[in-house]
Design a protein around this ligand. Structure first.
Ligand SMILES: NC(=O)c1ccc[n+]([C@@H]2O[C@H](COP(=O)([O-])OP(=O)(O)OC[C@H]3O[C@@H](n4cnc5c(N)ncnc54)[C@H](OP(=O)(O)O)[C@@H]3O)[C@@H](O)[C@H]2O)c1
Length: 334
């Protein structure tokens, strides 16, 4: 992965969360040049020391003027905090890369997956809020983009199987605690609406009047915006499963043109960020910690030759959040 031309002053809101931790690990792994690092979290974490680029940096709380002098701030601590503070980062002259849902569907906000619509931002862009899409949407759009460009897409149906890390540190800890105490008859469920151990839960977020939960609406609204086709029909059904990390998706995509399986696989294989598995299939356990979006089990529907089924798996903390955010920063600074 490319790094930045010059050392940057970087802020990270939500530095003690699972996405924040992944963001720091990626900065270390790819040895990004860092002139200053300003980590932010809640009062509970104030003063905690985080290690990056050979130094310790103390966690701060958000306060007026806290972004002064920064080049970029990555926000990963929820909608309300982003709504209030991301515009302040931009006012202070920084790019705000926002991992929350706060700005994604605003008309003037770029909703970016660099491999898919990275042309919307470049090194001449002015400081602004840039939205990182929903984690399930990111991996879906990376898999769809080569098909969209080469054959056109009529419609997409997706069923997700989402890991507990998608609900942050509390989700992760809830599954681990229930696993340690697996013989307990009544598990306490605070993060998920029902016991997650030995279970799967067809609800991620709250339900709307039509019966969709908010995770489903995010996928259905964001995918057409990212692919640049507001007429694209996307239908989503999202399910939480007791995997620790990495989201999986069963995808049905109807193309506008005929194509052979061999050519379709080649088209996807050549697309950056996709790792095709033809003889095997990816699973969340194997994919966790890796950068690409993995695709396996590509096969043709038996009723409609233009409809294709596939299995798409990716690390929600990496490509679904922190890595995608860093790739956005690369468009601006490298
Ligand atoms: N997890 C994923 O796979 C994923 C993927 C895409 C997008 N997202 C989005 O990313 C965001 C963070 O997710 P996460 O999974 O990392 O959650 P998390 O593990 O629960 O972490 C939340 C972070 O927000 C911080 N925070 C809480 N209140 C704060 C405040 N008043 N001021 C500043 N920081 C505060 C927490 O600090 P303390 O430790 O001090 O409480 C912690 O660092 C959410 O918007 C989520 O929807 C998550």
């Amino acid at each position: 992965m490319k790094t930045w031309k010059k050392p940057l002053k970087v802020g990270l809101v939500g530095a003690t969360g699972v996405v924040g931790e992944t963001f720091i690990n990626l900065l270390e792994e790819y040895t990004y040049p860092i002139e200053e690092f300003r980590p932010f979290a809640s009062q509970n974490s104030e003063g905690i020391k985080l290690f990056l680029a050979g130094k310790e940096w103390a966690v701060q709380i958000l306060k007026p003027g806290c972004f002064d002098g920064l080049d970029m701030v990555f926000f990963s601590s929820g909608d309300d905090i982003s709504k209030e503070w991301a515009p302040q980062a931009v006012k202070a002259g920084a790019f705000a890369i926002d991992n929350s849902n706060a700005f994604r569907m605003e008309k003037e906000t770029a909703l970016l997956v660099p491999e898919v619509n990275g042309h919307l931002i470049n090194s001449s862009s002015r400081p602004q809020v840039i939205a990182n899409p929903n984690c399930s949407t990111i991996q879906l759009t990376v898999a769809l983009k080569p098909l969209f460009d080469h054959y056109g897409i009529e419609d997409v149906t997706v069923a997700t199987y989402q890991a507990v890390s998608g609900a942050g540190l509390p989700g992760y800890e809830e599954l681990l605690t229930q696993t340690k105490n697996f013989e307990t008859p009544d598990h306490v469920s605070k993060t998920f609406p029902k016991q997650i151990l030995f279970n799967c839960i067809p609800q991620i977020g709250s339900f709307d009047d039509q019966g969709f939960c908010s995770e489903e609406s995010k996928i259905m609204n964001e995918t057409p915006k990212i692919l640049g086709d507001q007429n694209l029909k996307v239908s989503a059904f999202t399910v939480r499963i007791p995997a620790l990390n990495s989201h999986s998706e069963a995808v049905w995509v109807t193309l506008k043109k005929d194509v052979s399986r061999e050519v379709l696989l080649k088209t996807m294989d050549e697309f950056p960020g996709l790792a095709m598995m033809d003889q095997d299939y990816p699973t969340p356990l194997e994919v966790s910690g890796q950068d690409p979006v993995f695709v396996g089990r590509v096969h043709q529907d038996c009723h409609n030759p233009r409809r294709w089924l596939m299995w798409v798996v990716s690390d929600n903390l990496k490509k679904g959040a922190a890595l995608n955010g860093l790739q956005i920063a690369n468009l601006i600074f490298s």
